[in-house]
Design a protein around this ligand. Structure first.
Ligand SMILES: Nc1ncnc2c1ncn2[C@@H]1O[C@H](COP(=O)(O)OP(=O)(O)OP(=O)(O)O)[C@@H](O)[C@H]1O
Length: 744
């Protein structure tokens, strides 16, 4: 008998990756011959049979050892690596990239050794979460043991009951072997964000079964009423091209600034700001002087960090910050140290843990960062800190992770309510940039906030210009216009992030960008830690102006001069999109956000959703997906559509200007043309009505009619020539066919 090894799970993971890649490729493919269709079908049938065999085998193994539902087990292989992990292979080449288990050090394990988890081995908080934005991580359960035969069979070897299993290996592209080897080397890179969607869905699905009726809600879609309201607001604003200013620092009334100059002095001395932004002081005051809980929803880049960093710098006590990412915490600690504020984090990447703990208890640090997993088991440390030094507040950053209905659910966040209850006298401040009404309620309820002050600054980022365009599938061709500035000028003023949905697209797009003469680097979880750090540093330090990345890149990026965020492929949902474009224009200067998309971009998501068993959750995710589709396809103001997801208030004052979005700009230009025609009394109408979406249904019907009439044998050119009644030789033989010249 042998413990089930990481490589078994990796194989399963690879299998999942291959299948998902195939689906993505399929989404983009256009024409497949009948013969190829048949071959594909028979290969797919064969693969399905083999997967069934694999499931049966796993079923036997699992039934012997761990009582769990097989489907859940197979589908959540990735999560299982953390939850039921029995071995971890120690890394050799890049200590940063791997697990830093104190327990391993003690046992003096060496590279290549395996570590069997037992109850005494506490791996809490020991994953490097750098690349695992919101991976659920839980204390592993006991080992379970499988036979050598079973394990070998799981390695897809031709043995025993598993004779038919080898097929998945043949599906792996040779080109991908390096990539997979890289994936194997780094435990944290297993969290491949290409499949984040799959895992999130599965995790949601498994968790959502525990949702009580009270937890469920009906999320409003962008229904007709809402679109009508948006349309009316647009009409009322047509012609107004003044740029609405962000509600920003100008508001200097008494409520926004402290009476006592001592606060402003600390603000200046440590943070370098001469005044608080609106709402910052209100939150700080309610924590420091009223000891109130707070739920803070602030637009991206508004200044949430100061709200929790300031209090303990002022009092000389400590603030505990719970944050989802080690890299984010490392950046923040570094930033604070530069400002001469002592800070630390407790987690795997912390060296000299003993010294840090001693200093912590002596009151050296103003800000202590921990992960939610640490909080789960670390309330003892925190209450000791409170007794010895005093804690001003517990801040829960990215608090939307607490909600299953948000876009980045993380299981350990769900347990922070218990952590909070164990320290009832310390005020809690939950902060996020993206929370709908229901997510806000979920945050307050799950974190057990008491009589919380709710602050919402509004979500609008008026300096971001929003546009959408078709994705033709050739990145170099598609991106050329968007990157024109960079091509023309040697030194682009500001930086660009290009987001792609998969690792493969990331590499393709990066190659295309390089091909058109712009230096850039890719960033995704399949690269080594060193490569990712390199890309990150070069981007932050302006050595490269363009980074092409999956969504793994960006959380905590506070680069002020990102001038463009481009999505090459539809974003996952509105909330993720809002968060991702939040990295543009943080200095408040005009910046733009463009999405290239094609209808097929949603195919994979739809397919995955169709497999979900939890009806309510599936419904919710489908709504989120269709909202994103509506955003991309709308002829109305995109900004209002985007904000309508978060705001319940009237959107009349928002957007509608030339600098708002492509649709508003078009509408204003058209209305100008209309006025011009009117002033000339020419009686000619512009071809496009100023405030109405265009109806091309007749043209579409005619085109389909022409395609049908011609027997569906041609591309688009011949049917169009046929429709317009062309006299070209090419359509001469079709003159008598029904529909010829119908579109003249
Ligand atoms: N009172 C202030 N005056 C001037 N600048 C400020 C003030 N407070 C914060 N900032 C600046 O605002 C920027 C954004 O701050 P911060 O990173 O805290 O935003 P955030 O709300 O956490 O954004 P995100 O949700 O996108 O991470 C930083 O560059 C910070 O220096």
């Amino acid at each position: 008998m042998a413990s089930v090894s990481v490589s078994v799970k990796e194989k399963l993971q690879e299998l999942r990756c291959r299948v998902s890649d195939l689906l993505i490729d399929l989404g983009d493919s256009c024409e497949v011959s009948d013969q190829d269709q048949r071959r594909l079908c028979s290969l797919a049938d064969e693969a399905v049979k083999n997967i069934q065999n694999l499931k049966n085998l796993l079923s036997n193994i699992v039934a012997k050892s761990v009582p769990c539902n097989l489907d859940t087990y197979v589908q959540s292989t990735k999560r299982s690596q953390k939850r039921k992990q029995s071995e971890v292979i120690l890394e050799s080449d890049d200590s940063d990239s791997t697990v830093d288990y104190n327990e391993i050090d003690k046992d003096q394990k060496t590279t290549g050794d395996t570590l069997n988890f037992t109850d005494d081995v506490d791996i809490f908080d020991d994953y490097n979460l750098d690349d695992e934005p919101f991976a659920a991580k839980e204390k592993p359960e006991d080992n379970y043991v499988i036979s050598t035969e079973e394990e070998e069979a799981l390695h897809f070897r031709d043995r025993g009951t598993c004779k038919t299993v080898p097929v998945p290996v043949t599906v792996i592209d040779e080109d991908d072997t390096d990539q997979m080897a890289a994936d194997r080397q780094i435990l944290s890179a297993e969290e491949e964000e290409d499949f984040e969607q799959v895992f999130n869905l599965q995790e949601y699905a498994s968790v959502s079964t525990t949702v009580t009726e009270a937890d469920q809600f009906d999320d409003d879609d962008f229904d007709d009423d809402m679109l009508q309201e948006i349309g009316q607001a647009e009409k009322s604003l047509t012609g107004d091209n003044s740029m609405s200013e962000p509600e920003e620092d100008d508001d200097d009334d008494l409520q926004n600034q402290p009476q006592d100059a001592a606060y402003l002095q600390v603000l200046k001395q440590y943070f370098g700001y001469s005044k608080f932004r609106p709402m910052q002081w209100k939150i700080i005051n309610s924590v420091l002087n009223e000891k109130r809980d707070n739920c803070v929803i602030m637009a991206t880049g508004y200044g949430k960090s100061l709200c929790y960093q300031f209090p303990s710098v002022f009092t000389g006590r400590t603030t505990v910050v719970i944050s989802p990412l080690i890299s984010l915490m490392q950046d923040q600690v570094l930033g604070l140290k530069v400002a001469n504020i002592d800070a630390c984090f407790l987690g795997s990447a912390q060296e000299n843990m003993k010294v840090v703990m001693e200093n912590l208890m002596k009151g050296k640090y103003r800000v202590l960062y921990i992960t939610p997993e640490f909080a789960e088991g670390g309330s003892g440390v925190i209450s000791e800190l409170n007794n010895k030094v005093g804690i001003d507040l517990i801040a829960i950053d990215e608090a939307h992770c607490v909600s299953q209905w948000g876009h980045d659910f993380r299981a350990a966040y769900r347990n922070l309510g218990k952590f909070r209850s164990s320290l009832p006298s310390i005020p809690v401040v939950a902060l996020t940039a993206t929370a709908t009404m229901d997510v806000r309620k979920d945050i307050c309820r799950s974190l057990h906030l008491k009589n919380a002050v709710i602050t919402c600054t509004g979500f609008d980022r008026p300096n971001l210009f929003l546009t959408v365009g078709p994705k033709m599938g050739n990145p170099a061709y598609d991106l050329r216009t968007q990157l024109q500035d960079s091509i023309n000028k040697q030194h682009l003023n500001g930086s660009i992030i290009i987001y792609c949905p998969t690792k493969k697209t990331t590499m393709d797009v990066a190659a295309a960008v390089k091909g058109i003469g712009i230096s850039c680097l890719p960033y995704h979880a399949g690269l080594t830690n060193a490569n990712r750090k390199e890309a990150h540093n070069q981007f932050i330090n302006n050595k490269i102006k363009v980074v092409v990345a999956t969504v793994a890149f960006g959380m905590g990026i506070d680069k002020p001069d990102v001038r463009k965020v481009i999505h090459y492929g539809a974003p996952k949902d509105i909330e993720s999109y809002y968060q991702e474009i939040g990295r543009a224009g943080r200095d408040g200067l005009p910046s733009s956000c463009h999405v290239f998309y094609a209808e097929g971009d949603f195919n994979t998501s739809r397919f995955l959703l169709s497999k979900m068993t939890d009806v309510n959750f599936k419904k919710h995710k489908l709504k989120m997906l269709s909202k994103m589709q509506q955003y991309l396809g709308t002829a109305h103001c995109r900004r209002r559509l985007l904000l309508a997801h978060f705001e319940s208030k009237s959107l009349e004052d928002i957007g509608g200007t030339e600098n708002c979005c492509d649709n508003c700009r078009k509408r204003i230009e058209n209305s100008r043309t209309q006025s011009y025609y009117d002033s000339k009394n020419w009686g000619i109408k512009p071809t496009i009505a100023p405030d109405e979406p265009l109806d091309y249904s007749k043209e579409a019907r005619d085109l389909f009619g022409a395609i049908e009439s011609l027997g569906g044998r041609f591309g688009i050119t011949i049917p169009v020539m046929f429709l317009i009644g062309s006299s070209s030789q090419k359509v001469q033989k079709f003159l008598k066919f029904p529909g010829y010249g119908k579109g003249k």
